[in-house]
Design a protein around this ligand. Structure first.
Ligand SMILES: [Zn+2]
Length: 153
């Protein structure tokens, strides 16, 4: 029992460190991002662009694994939460539990939308809408160009 309490205390102590590590900021200059990304990835992720529908690498893709931020590598979405929305962009009903996502009101193009960004590096990912499938009812409409898929082993 003592050992169990000790282990529990250890894991509790370890937790804050793990959390702050995952939220460590990644900041680079425009030139540095440009050198790391393809022109399309740069336009979408760093300049809030949108890839044309039905054109990206992942809208019609069903591999099992995790989708990371193309800029900083943060784990954002799982293939388990991906669904076919028919929009031509990869769509997810929820992010990963500890995904560093930030939401912002976006009033561009005459629409009120909620922009989804990577909280670690401020990459533009896409938008979230409330017309997704149950139980979450959410639809994260994300650009393939902002994601990097890592297959599960
Ligand atoms: Zn990022």
């Amino acid at each position: 029992m003592k050992a169990l309490i000790f282990l529990l205390a250890l894991s509790l102590l370890g937790m804050p460190r793990a959390c702050s590590a995952s939220l460590e900021r990644v900041e680079k200059s425009e030139e540095e991002w440009k050198a790391l990304l393809t022109p399309l990835q740069f336009e979408v992720a760093r300049r809030k662009g949108t890839e044309p529908p039905f054109s990206g690498a992942y809208w019609n893709f069903s591999g099992e694994g995790v989708y990371r931020c193309v800029c900083c590598g943060a784990e954002l979405f799982s293939s388990r939460d991906k669904f076919n929305s028919g929009t031509g962009w990869p769509s997810f009903s929820a992010p990963l539990e500890n995904a560093p996502l930030r939401e912002e009101r976006d009033a561009s193009f005459g629409m009120i939308r909620t922009e989804v960004l990577c909280a670690r590096c401020d990459a533009h990912l896409g938008h979230v809408f409330d017309d997704g499938p149950p139980p979450s009812g959410m639809r994260y409409c994300i650009n393939s160009a902002s994601l990097s898929f890592v297959p599960a082993d």
